[in-house]
Design a protein around this ligand. Structure first.
Ligand code: FE
Ligand code: FE
Ligand code: ZN
Length: 297
């Protein structure tokens, strides 16, 4: 079965209930959310009554809770340890984030590996390994950290599969580490998605396909190998609709949730229309224009 959803908001007051309603309005059967704003680390206390209601609503609306994904905020950076207090802050935040995931009942936490900010790739990788080991050391939950494949912007770690492999090999509780593919990032990092079969083979021999627990499906505003990271609506970018469809429906990734992180069009979320397009496997060239019209009404 196709598992498809998008990034949705998490309201500090209504919490997961708001996320579920948003995802349902898009026709999704999974979704991804941040436990607060993606760009900061302020987080509200979780209310178990709200979580219970949200789970009941998921069941009613055909959303598969086991496949719901949490994304860690962008600002935590395990790769840079020049300032020990900042590194310790990232480690501590992620420890608490895992507890939050566990409390909510979510199993997967997507994490950007980090940026080495001039310390060099090898140092960056070692810092991430040390950070992950500190985070997982005294945690016995089943929450998995999914390292996201990155575009290679600036000093980002994780735009090459070999870098992700080194990180995974260095983590002691390796069963707690998985991978989240991001199609825009892979394209911008220089992986040719028109040859996705070859990519999967390479991934399987280096890391193992069973580590993939999420795919971020985004088109790209940038040319192949640009190392830029700017997402585009499905079918409107340099990757294109048919390549994205073949990735979404790849049988090797059948049970892996596909999450859209494509841009809003003039303030309007594109996800209901994009999900409909993906389900129909038919590109709608008017999608962006139609969304622009909503704003003009
Ligand atoms: Fe991400
Ligand atoms: Fe992503
Ligand atoms: Zn991105």
């Amino acid at each position: 079965m196709l598992l498809i959803g998008s990034h949705v908001s998490f309201d500090q007051k209504e919490q997961l209930i708001k996320s579920v309603r948003e995802a349902s309005s898009y026709g999704a059967n999974t979704f991804m959310f941040y436990t607060g704003a993606p760009q900061n680390t302020r987080r509200a206390n979780l209310d178990s009554t709200l979580t219970k209601t949200a789970i009941t609503e998921m069941e009613k609306n055909g959303i598969i809770f086991e496949q719901v994904i949490v994304h860690a905020p962008y600002i935590v950076n395990l790769a840079n340890r020049k300032e020990e207090d900042k590194f310790a802050f990232s480690v501590n935040f992620l420890k608490q984030e895992i507890v939050r995931c566990h409390t909510l009942g979510c199993r997967y936490l997507v994490l950007h590996p980090g940026s080495h900010v001039g310390e060099g790739m090898d140092v960056g990788i070692q810092n991430i390994i040390d950070g992950l080991n500190l985070i997982l050391d005294d945690d016995d939950s089943d929450v998995m950290i999914l390292l996201e494949t990155m575009a290679g912007k600036g000093t980002e770690v994780g735009s090459k599969l070999e870098e992700l492999k080194k990180i995974i090999d260095g983590v002691l509780k390796t069963e707690r580490i998985g991978v989240c593919l991001d199609t825009c990032h892979l394209n911008d990092a220089g992986y040719d998605l028109t040859k996705f079969d070859e990519f999967l083979k390479k991934f399987d021999s280096l890391i193992g396909l069973s580590r993939i627990h999420c795919v971020h499906v985004n088109d790209s505003k940038n040319v192949f190998g640009a190392k830029k990271d700017r997402h585009e609506n499905i079918g409107f970018g340099t990757i294109g609709f048919s390549t994205l469809i073949s990735i979404i429906y790849a049988k090797e990734l059948e049970n892996v949730p596909k999450i859209l992180e494509t841009p809003y069009v003039e303030g309007n979320p594109p996800y209901r229309q994009e999900i409909a397009m993906i389900k129909a496997k038919k590109f709608d060239e008017n999608l962006q224009k139609d969304l622009q019209k909503i704003s003009k009404k």
